[in-house]
Structures are given as structure tokens and as C-alpha cells.
Ligand binder design. Structure first.
Ligand code: ADP
Ligand code: MG
Length: 355
């Protein structure tokens, strides 16, 4: 009885829509952290400190020393599609910064309690604001939602608390907080290798030592050493290849034939964004198979820059997947470069033993 009357189609409440959309972009704490890291780098920060509690489910905090956010922008900071980085759709093809959708902070505010403390160079104090569901909210009931003046250094601190507090099924789906923390360390480690000139630290709440620390002046090899250890850092060859015809330039470091482990490590950046690519990974493993013993796998850090007009970053809201033109040819050129460098190392060794 009465059932028929209730199953008619109805538009979803806007907050429900936003919550669903947010849950698709941010599946685990690491996805929120990646967005926050990219924002901090976009803000020209040279120091990033990350604090994590319960794998990021209880707390994710990132403190940067970048240009900060103007007091006047705080009221719309977490509205969807507000970004300081993109004005026209055509800009998408020439965008140099990591962000462009203005969706990350909005999404996070729909599934967590978000606090922003920020100070620009020109402001004489810092401002703190709290957000829920895209809007400014008071820190305590009954108070004003307006940002409050506070003491602080230049830069921005973003605090994300109780991620998925209003998505109980998602919250329950996490089996272990240490698994989530490992994912957080992995992504921080990737950016810490890639972002020369930027100091990183990542710490679990309550720990006395940081899981990752890299000073701002560390070289790329130093960064690899600090995060992945000396055995691999001591056995690297430098890669550098470019081709104007395909509009790309690739640089990086690859392990030589003295080094091999059970699983490939591929730190891949396309236009300064950490991405995954099974086709690049497969081609690299294939290339190494003639240089390494059976079952041995390499380490590779690869920064690939492709003319923005040839890249489509807009394939998925998470931007984890990137499509680009002449993918096969570019991969082939990179693998050729790896072959040449690996052969070079072998030649020098043979030469030394012969002389
Ligand atoms: P997007 O990065 O796509 O622009 P976000 O939701 O990630 O969208 O961020 C919205 C805006 O907030 C950014 O465009 C930027 O102006 C500002 N912002 C976010 N994080 C920082 C930060 N750490 N430092 C300075 N500005 C920031
Ligand atoms: Mg962003």
C-alpha cells in the first residue's frame, strides 16, 4: 500500500549530489592529500609539512609556506568550480599548474570538516576559516561564520578532520589505517623526489621521527636516496630525451643493470602531475628484461613533459589518468634512451675490466 506513490522520480537534494560527486573524486585519504599537495606546490611553496592521524581518516594536515589566500577569497574558497587557475576553457590546453577545476576543496568540505588558516605577504595577520558542504561555518555553534584573525606565518595550513564522517559505509570500508598511511607516504614520496627546491616532511601523529624528510636543497639523487635508500641511489643512470616532432621532453633516473628487485618502482610524472601508466610500465619492464636476471625489476623516476595542447588531462575527475598524442612513439623513444644508457654502463664496466 502507498508504495507506488513513493517511488516517483525526484531530483536529488543538491548536498546529496555534491556528497556523491565528492566520494567519486576522493575514494581514500591519499586522494585528498594529493590534491592538497598539488595546491601547495601551485602556490610556489618551498616547504611542505604533512601530519597524518589514523591513516588520514582522523586527520590530514598540510602546512605550506606558499603565497597564501586573500581574505576576500575565503568566503567562496570551497564553492565548486571556483579556482584561481582557469578562466576560459581554452586555458585547459595551456595550463601549467596542477589544479584547474576548483573541485578539490569543495569536495573535501562535503565529506570532512575542513579548516583553512592562511596568510599572504601583504596581510598583517593570518585568517582562519571553517567549512562544511562548500560554505563557511562557525567553529562553534552560535558564533559567526566569518573568518577570524589569528597569528600565523605566511602560507597556508589546511586541516581535514574526520574524512567520510557522513559516509559511514565508506568509512567502514577501510580495513587498516596503516595501509592508508602507506599510500599517503607513497604519494608524498613521489612528490618529494620530483619537486626539487621544495622541502618535505610527512609524519604520523604521535611519532617522534618523520616518515619522510627531504631538505629543500637536496639533489634528485639525494631525494631518491632519502626515500628509497642507497642501494638504488648508488646504481642510477640519468635519462634525458626529447623530440620536437612529438612535442615531448623526458628526464629522469633509472636503475642500471647492477640493481634489481622483485617489483618495479615507477615514479611517473606527466607535466608535473603524478600519474599511473600501465603502458609505460609494461614497455619499461620489457626493455629491462634483456638487462636483468629473470624476475628482476627496475626502479625508474621519469618526468615527462608534453606540450599541453597534446595532452588530455580531462579524461576523469580524479585526473589520475592522462591521455596524450603519439603515446607509442614517445614510449619507444624513452625505452631507446634506457637501452642506450644501460648499454653504456655495461660497456664502461667491460672496458674497465679489460684495461
Ligand atoms: P584548483 O586547484 O583546481 O584551483 P582547489 O579546490 O584545489 O581547486 O583550490 C581552489 C583554490 O584555492 C585554488 O585555485 C587556489 O586559489 C586556492 N588554494 C587552495 N590551496 C591553496 C594553497 N595551499 N595555497 C594558496 N592557495 C590555495
Ligand atoms: Mg587543486
Amino acid at each position: 500500500f502507498g508504495l507506488g506513490a513513493k517511488v516517483g522520480k525526484q531530483p536529488l537534494d543538491q548536498n546529496v549530489v555534491n556528497k556523491i560527486a565528492a566520494g567519486e573524486i576522493i575514494v581514500a585519504p591519499v586522494h585528498a592529500l594529493k590534491e592538497l599537495l598539488e595546491n601547495a606546490v601551485d602556490a610556489s611553496s618551498t616547504s611542505l609539512e604533512i601530519l597524518v592521524k589514523d591513516g588520514g581518516l582522523k586527520l590530514l594536515q598540510i602546512t605550506d609556506n606558499g603565497h597564501g589566500i586573500n581574505r576576500g577569497d575565503l568566503s567562496i574558497l570551497c564553492e565548486r568550480f571556483t579556482t584561481s587557475k582557469l578562466k576560459a576553457f581554452e586555458d585547459l590546453s595551456s595550463i601549467g599548474t596542477y589544479g584547474f577545476r576548483g573541485e578539490a576543496l569543495a569536495s573535501i568540505s562535503h565529506i570532512a570538516h575542513l579548516t583553512v588558516t592562511t596568510k599572504t605577504k601583504d596581510s598583517n595577520c593570518a585568517w582562519r576559516a571553517h567549512y562544511n558542504d562548500g560554505k563557511l561555518v562557525p567553529s562553534k555553534p552560535g558564533q559567526s561564520a566569518d573568518p577570524k584573525a589569528t597569528a600565523g606565518r605566511q602560507g597556508t595550513q589546511i586541516t581535514v578532520e574526520d574524512l567520510f564522517y557522513n559516509v559511514p559505509t565508506r568509512r567502514r570500508s577501510f580495513r587498516s589505517t596503516s595501509e592508508e598511511y602507506a599510500k599517503v607516504l607513497d604519494i608524498v614520496g613521489r612528490y618529494a623526489v620530483h619537486c626539487s627546491g621544495v622541502a618535505f616532511s610527512c609524519k604520523k601523529h604521535g611519532d617522534s621521527t618523520a616518515g619522510i624528510t627531504t631538505p629543500a636543497n637536496a639533489t634528485t639523487i639525494d631525494r631518491i636516496r632519502l626515500i628509497h635508500g642507497s642501494p638504488v641511489a648508488n646504481e642510477l643512470v640519468e635519462l634525458s630525451v626529447q623530440d620536437e616532432a612529438y612535442g615531448f621532453k623526458a628526464q629522469g633516473f633509472a636503475s642500471n643493470s647492477n640493481y634489481h628487485v622483485k617489483r618495479t618502482t615507477l615514479l611517473l610524472f606527466i607535466n608535473n602531475r603524478a600519474v599511473e601508466s600501465s603502458s609505460i610500465k609494461k614497455a619499461v619492464e620489457q626493455t629491462y628484461s634483456t638487462f636483468l636476471p629473470k624476475g628482476g625489476h627496475p626502479f625508474l623516476y621519469l618526468s615527462l613533459n608534453i606540450e599541453p595542447s597534446r595532452v588530455d588531462v580531462n579524461v576523469h575527475p580524479t585526473k589520475r589518468e592522462v591521455n596524450f598524442l603519439h603515446e607509442d612513439e614517445i614510449i619507444e623513444r624513452i625505452c631507446d634512451e634506457i637501452r642506450v644508457r644501460l648499454a653504456g654502463v655495461d660497456r664502461s664496466r667491460t672496458f674497465m675490466t679489460q684495461s
